[in-house]
Design a protein around this ligand. Structure first.
Ligand code: NAI
Length: 270
């Protein structure tokens, strides 16, 4: 289904690793809606992933960038503006990784070098991306930046480990930079807080399957899929949401505002 919502818009999509990635679905929807964009990921992910297949589908160029390295980001923004033929209208930040979570380190026994990496990759990379875009004046007025987050930033989910702290910082940067970029260039920045989704990053969290099923039973609409997240992201990139900025937008089938559901209660009724 296409409504040409992004016709004439240019952007950068971070984080499409494989066809399960949320960014992969966003790229496909952006293409359907008429946008032109570059795809980017860390060089190691580009070697392992299937991004070339997506690039061919979307007629997009791939520009490698480790999102923790400012020179890589400078190259990415300059190249993207050059390749796409003008300043950008949207950026998707769909990046997350915790070495502590990957190696099953409990929250009370973190490795601090890993913790720094978690924060750098999953949160500071958003600040670095925004600061680079601002310094290079690479975004058009009313441009839209979306970063993906999870509700563990605000409530405790014990197995989410130090990623919870990274998501809190990510959401705080969204507000802090959202103010500055809004004032100076009318660029808007929001996070979308997505349901548990079966991707490489998602399933890397201990107990993911049980938690996925729990969230599905709590949420009145069920878990939101990656495809539905892509639809929501398109709306956030479109001109229909021009006055929305600095928000954390729940896209979770109602999970965040449900105390308990009948289905979960039934499991405790003997
Ligand atoms: P994914 O594993 O497909 O995507 C994560 C991406 O981050 C990968 O493409 C990876 O290569 C990239 N990345 C890691 N280190 C990087 C670096 N240094 N520079 C550039 N890119 C780097 O998994 P998914 O689920 O699509 O993750 C996308 C975003 O959605 C993440 O921010 C994640 O935390 C968030 N999210 C995921 C949920 C889930 O249950 N899957 C739920 C809520 C939010």
């Amino acid at each position: 289904m296409s409504n040409n919502l992004l016709k004439g818009k240019r952007g950068i999509i971070f984080g499409a690793l494989d066809p399960n990635s949320i960014a992969w679905k966003v790229a496909q929807r952006c293409h359907e809606e008429g946008a032109q964009f570059t795809l980017t990921n860390a060089p190691v992910a580009l070697r392992l992933g299937a991004i070339k297949e997506l690039a061919a589908q979307c007629k997009a160029e791939v520009v490698p960038a480790d999102a923790t390295l400012v020179p890589d980001l400078e190259n990415l923004f300059s190249k993207s503006v050059e390749l796409l033929g003008g300043k950008l209208d949207f950026v998707l930040h769909s990046i997350g990784m915790s070495p502590n979570v990957r190696k099953n380190r409990p929250y009370t026994d973190l490795d601090y070098d890993y913790f720094h990496k978690t924060l750098d990759i999953s949160a500071l990379s958003l600040h670095k991306t925004l600061q680079t875009a601002l310094k290079l004046d690479a975004m058009n007025e009313w441009g839209s930046v979306v970063a993906l987050t999870y509700i563990a930033s605000q409530r405790v989910f014990p197995d989410y480990g130090d990623m919870a702290d990274a998501k809190s910082v990510l959401e705080s940067i969204t507000r802090g930079f959202g103010y500055q970029y809004g004032k100076s260039k009318k660029v808007r920045i929001n996070t979308i807080s997505q349901s548990p989704t079966k991707t490489t990053a998602g399933t890397g969290v201990k107990g993911f399957d049980a938690f996925f099923n729990y969230a599905d039973l709590i949420s009145p609409l069920g878990n939101a899929s990656a495809e539905a997240c892509a639809d929501y992201t398109i709306m956030m990139f479109s001109d229909y949401t021009r006055m929305v900025t600095m928000q954390n937008l729940f896209h979770d089938g109602g999970f965040s505002y449900t105390g308990v559901s009948r289905e979960v209660m039934d499991k405790f009724t003997s």
